[in-house]
Design a protein around this ligand. Sequence first.
Ligand SMILES: [Fe+2]
Length: 226
Amino acid sequence: MPAQPRYDFYGPIHKGLRLGLSHLLLRLGSQDFADPAGTADLLADLRAQLTLSAAHLEHEESQLHKALEARLPGAARTLEDQHRGHQTRFAQLARLMAALETAPVAERPAHGHGLYLAFSAFVAEDFHHMHEEETVTGPVLRHLFNDEELQAIEMTIIASLTPEENIAYMRLMLPAMTPAERAGLLAGMKAGAPAEAFTAVIELAAKPTLKARDFDRLAGELGIAA
Ligand SMILES: [Fe+2]
């Protein structure tokens, strides 16, 4: 009999962050920065994504890294150094966005290209960091903690989110997951979360982000109306 797969602490949220960052990278590369309305929409979405990315680092540090350091001192040091690097990038990106917004329209395409390059560097660094978390830290976590303990750490993070933050993360995670991962996550939520929270995730996160065919399949698996 194949071994039962272990609880994947990083998998779903990292898939979601990769999806959000990839979409924004494509948009930044193809944006006409001389178009004020389109640029304003893009910068608003970029700021929202960077807020979620920054909050994710904070969740890892305050919950997961604290627990990891308690069992294996020094185990989170490299990850936290990488997080400091991300924070330097966030500050740089905020400065570049502000400079773009206040530049004369004729100069905005040059600013936009600089922002695109800086964001691409952040994406590369974050992808590398998340890869290390999943391939190096993940096995350490599974060695030091059982699945119930890892799940309890994740539950503490989820409980700290506002309803709006929860929906924002779900809008990234659900379309990024396989149908089986999606059905598993939402079946757990249907069984364990308040009914209105589950309904909000279906209506505000699953329905608007999934292709009709994927949503129908999910609804069938969850036993809810499509
Ligand atoms: Fe991290």
